[in-house]
Design a protein around this ligand. Structure first.
Ligand code: NAD
Ligand code: TYD
Length: 339
């Protein structure tokens, strides 16, 4: 197998972390470099099982630090870049939009410059279906790669801006890029500020679960390991310059998700607490994954099998999420919900 040097940004986070583990295991001949600033969302303890592996290296750095990034790219001469690093939480973007511009837009542009200068063979930019805005509740309408971008939150606006820079570096400089736009991920090591891990951890602690508005907003749920396989495929087979949507046909309302978790843990629905709606709350996301399926991807999890696996993982790894909850996040939660 050809040796490749791969830079994964944001590999201490949820999806990037799962992807780093997937790549280290699947490609023993690749050198996997995980670059992460270790913000509140970054956690390296999840990599204890791989940190001694010869094909794994960690670098602590800010993607927006041009000088450091240029020195690193010059030294390492990466073949591939898979870019996950971002500020990723919509609610935080509503209260602190500046850091979303700095990391998601400026940071991406710095990585693009470095990739251009040092001849990276593929730059995969991990984006989100949220750049398309929202759909109404008509179940026959989905986001396709042709759907115009219409972001509604500071988070999705920053991701859309970064998508445009990635596109522009392909069109203007010929940088070999792909953009992936996935639906809501869930699975192991999901930070407990997001709906599914938040619900599991709070239900297990017999705490109220905050449901925004009437709970009827719909998300299309993608198991993180299916997402990792999709990115692997795009990295190796994606046609340069193309966008690929990842997700598909696992739509659930937030209330359905919360009730499914409560039932699986045999707790009472009285734990549900309806709270003030999120400003600009997108009604529905749903993905048409035909283009990626034609490239050769097929998800292995349904929502039912995926959520059962995920709940079991949180039961088996209580120590991990309890430690996360005891840190900076606790203050954030009290501020956000005033609970
Ligand atoms: P996450 O918040 O769990 O992890 C982000 C990681 O990036 C953290 O480890 C953090 O320390 C790191 N980071 C933040 N700022 C950085 C900086 N300036 N320099 C270097 N590292 C920095 O996010 P996630 O849920 O794993 O999402 C990963 C990517 O996937 C993001 O680009 C996000 O927009 C996208 N995405 C996520 C979802 C989802 O459901 N979680 C859905 C669609 C798209
Ligand atoms: P989230 O996990 O933050 O992902 P995103 O906003 O990127 O879709 O939220 C998923 C859905 O769950 C979204 O419609 C908002 C809703 N939600 C709640 O109802 N309560 C909560 O405490 C959180 C965090 C989210």
């Amino acid at each position: 197998m050809t040796q490749k040097k791969v830079l994964v940004t944001g590999g201490a986070g949820f999806i990037g972390g799962n992807f780093v583990q997937y790549m280290v295991d699947k490609y023993p001949n690749y050198a996997i470099h995980n670059l992460d600033l270790l913000t509140y969302a970054g956690d390296l303890t999840k990599h204890q099982s791989i940190e001694q592996q010869e094909n794994y290296t960690f670098v602590k750095a800010d993607i927006a630090d041009r000088e450091v990034i240029m020195i690193l790219f010059e030294k390492e001469q990466f073949d591939y870049v898979v870019h996950f690093a971002a500020e990723s939480h919509v609610d935080r973007s509503i209260t602190e939009p500046d850091i979303f511009v700095q990391t998601n837009v400026v940071g991406t542009q710095v990585l693009l410059d470095a990739s251009k200068k040092f001849g990276v063979q593929k730059f995969v930019h991990v984006s989100t279906d949220e750049v398309y805005g929202e759909l109404d509740f008509d179940p026959m309408i989905f986001f396709t790669e042709q759907t115009p971008l219409a972001p509604n939150s500071p988070y999705s606006a920053s991701k859309a801006a970064s998508d445009f820079f990635v596109r522009a570096y392909h069109e203007t400089y010929g940088l070999p890029v792909n953009i992936t736009r996935c639906s809501n991920n869930y699975g192991p090591y999901h930070f407990p500020e997001k709906l599914i891990p938040l619900t599991i951890s709070r239900v297990l602690n017999d705490q109220k679960v905050p449901v925004y508005g009437d709970g009827k907003n719909i998300r299309d749920w993608l198991h993180v390991w299916d997402h990792c396989a999709a990115i692997d495929l795009v990295l190796h087979k994606g046609v340069n310059g193309e966008v690929y949507n990842v997700g598909g046909h696992n739509e659930r309302s937030n209330l359905e998700v919360v009730k499914t978790i409560i039932a699986a843990l045999e707790k009472s629905e009285e734990l549900i607490e309806y709270v003030k709606d999120r400003p600009g709350h997108d009604k529905r996301y749903a993905i048409d994954p035909t283009k990626l399926e034609q490239l050769g991807w097929k998800p292995t999890y349904t929502f039912e099998t995926g959520i059962a696996q995920t709940i079991q993982w949180y039961l088996d790894n209580k120590e991990w999420w309890e430690r996360i909850l005891s840190g900076e996040y606790r203050g954030y939660f009290e501020k956000q919900y005033k609970l």
